[in-house]
Design a protein around this ligand. Structure first.
Ligand SMILES: *[C@@H]1O[C@H](CO)[C@@H](O)[C@H](O)[C@H]1NC(C)=O
Ligand SMILES: *[C@@H]1O[C@H](CO)[C@@H](O)[C@H](O)[C@H]1NC(C)=O
Ligand SMILES: *[C@@H]1O[C@H](CO)[C@@H](O)[C@H](O)[C@H]1NC(C)=O
Ligand SMILES: *[C@@H]1O[C@H](CO)[C@@H](O)[C@H](O)[C@H]1NC(C)=O
Ligand SMILES: *[C@@H]1O[C@H](CO)[C@@H](O)[C@H](O)[C@H]1NC(C)=O
Ligand SMILES: *[C@@H]1O[C@H](CO)[C@@H](O)[C@H](O)[C@H]1NC(C)=O
Ligand SMILES: *[C@@H]1O[C@H](CO)[C@@H](O)[C@H](O)[C@H]1NC(C)=O
Ligand SMILES: *[C@@H]1O[C@H](CO)[C@@H](O)[C@H](O)[C@H]1NC(C)=O
Length: 378
């Protein structure tokens, strides 16, 4: 075994555990693609003010148990080397004020000439509310880690978690202070080294606790999302898979149309018992949830098969006023609920800044057959 469970135990040593609420549920608000720090001579300043207002509004309405910042926190190509990480303080201010704990994944815009994700991490870790962790040697990028969720009111490592939250770094962007500036030269997929850590850590946890249900967060979607988007019947954005589908074709991990670089990661996900769903941003115009395709389209390399684990795949609604696209902003909400036998069910919806709730669905066995309103918030 190359990787220890250091990540899990240090999470337990340094922090209060993540616990289910009184009603055995755990509600996560996912702020994706906040894109703070756009050009201040154009739309940067109002964009950040609007994003902060959205965060405060949605937090007060949803009052989640936990927050995930799912990548592209900052648009690093417009920030200054001497104060880039100052945007972290702006981003987390509404969370700190409200007493919310959070965990981050980093995106392709979080590594640029004047912004390093290592510095971003160091800045985040100044806050005791930050549950973000740094992956061990052998992983690539920063945000590769797992957080256990424990039963209501329990503390400490003697307890068995009820669920796991996995976070992956899909990398991308540019080397810090490397000329020519802001040429995207970092691989944009979860690396083989990270996959090895994931397989090893997952196997250790499996042998210690048995199969635990889990959720995964990664900024750039895998090619399985493309496969799903290409599917015509039932199609994404229709009543079976409600949500906006305005980024067509979506941009995925890996370079070629076949995204083959990310196949080891996708295979590891499919090999994980209990992996319920995965949440991605990056494509600001997409906000549907689907299910890992059960067949393999030509060229796409990998399919879930009909009887295997087929995790649900969800786009987060883009939350930030920075970054491309002017679709309305909203925030994906995910609520895990546990029955008396510890069986997990997951509901998800998007809270729009205007207060409305759209695309409220149950990610259950009949998702994909159930009919929902196609209102997508635009
Ligand atoms: C920032 O915006 C101003 C005003 O639109 C423009 O002149 C300038 O070139 C932009 N700077 C960068 C780095 O894009
Ligand atoms: C990087 O930041 C410095 C100031 O710290 C600024 O002078 C420079 O223009 C920035 N470079 C790029 C490529 O954004
Ligand atoms: C960084 O410094 C620039 C130039 O002084 C300023 O316009 C910008 O608001 C600063 N950003 C942060 C996050 O402090
Ligand atoms: C959890 O702790 C709170 C506060 O101490 C208490 O009111 C509640 O009854 C406890 N709930 C359970 C399920 O133990
Ligand atoms: C990652 O692993 C796969 C097979 O497991 C291999 O085909 C591929 O070349 C590896 N990628 C790199 C960058 O080493
Ligand atoms: C997808 O489904 C919606 C709703 O049924 C329909 O309006 C739309 O035309 C379909 N799109 C495609 C590409 O089939
Ligand atoms: C794949 O899923 C579709 C829609 O849910 C279903 O109609 C089809 O029979 C499935 N194919 C296989 C091979 O299971
Ligand atoms: C899944 O959830 C939907 C919406 O709540 C519900 O109508 C459907 O019956 C559920 N399916 C199962 C198998 O529980």
């Amino acid at each position: 075994m190359f990787f220890s469970l250091l990540g899990l135990s240090s999470a337990l040593l340094c922090k209060a555990d993540l616990n289910l609420a009184e009603d055995n549920s755990f509600h996560i608000s996912v702020f994706s693609d906040l894109h703070y720090g756009e050009n201040e001579s154009s739309f940067g300043i109002p964009a950040d003010m609007n994003s902060a207002a959205l965060m405060r509004q949605v937090l007060s309405q949803e009052q989640p148990d936990f927050v995930v910042l799912n990548g592209d926190l900052i648009t690093g190509e417009n920030t200054f080397a001497f104060n880039s990480t100052g945007y972290v303080d702006e981003i987390v201010a509404p969370l700190v004020e409200g007493g919310y704990n959070w965990a981050s994944t980093y995106g392709n815009h979080d590594s640029k000439y004047n912004l390093s994700r290592e510095a971003l991490y160091t800045e985040e870790k100044k806050y005791s509310n930050a549950y973000t962790q740094h992956g061990p040697a052998g992983t690539d990028g920063v945000t590769n880690y797992v957080l256990p969720v424990f039963p209501t009111n329990t503390t400490g490592s003697t307890q068995t978690p009820v669920a796991l939250l996995w976070f992956f770094d899909s990398r991308g962007g540019s080397e810090y202070q490397s000329l020519p500036a802001n040429v995207d030269n970092i691989d944009n997929y979860v690396s083989n080294g990270t996959v090895a850590w994931y397989r090893s850590t997952q196997a250790d946890l499996q042998s210690q606790y048995g199969t635990l249900p889990s959720l995964a967060f990664v900024h750039i979607p895998t090619l399985a999302f493309v496969d799903l988007q290409t599917q015509t019947s039932p199609n994404v954005s229709g009543p079976n898979y409600p949500g906006l589908n305005a980024d067509v074709p979506l941009a995925q991990q890996g370079y070629s149309d076949t995204g083959s670089e990310a196949i080891p990661f996708m295979q590891a996900l499919l090999d994980t018992p209990g992996l319920h769903s995965m949440y991605s941003g990056h494509d600001h115009g997409d906000s549907w949830c689907g299910r890992w395709p059960n067949s393999t389209l030509p060229g796409y390399g990998i399919g879930g098969g009909s009887s295997q684990n087929r995790p649900f795949l969800c786009f987060c609604k883009h939350s930030g006023y920075g970054g491309y696209g002017v679709w309305n902003r909203g925030v994906r909400q995910v609520r895990m609920s546990f029955d008396q036998n510890g069986v997990m069910s997951v509901d998800t919806w998007v809270r729009m800044q205007a207060g409305t709730i759209i695309t409220a669905v149950s990610l259950n066995e009949t998702y994909g057959e159930d009919i929902y309103s196609t209102a997508d918030g635009q």
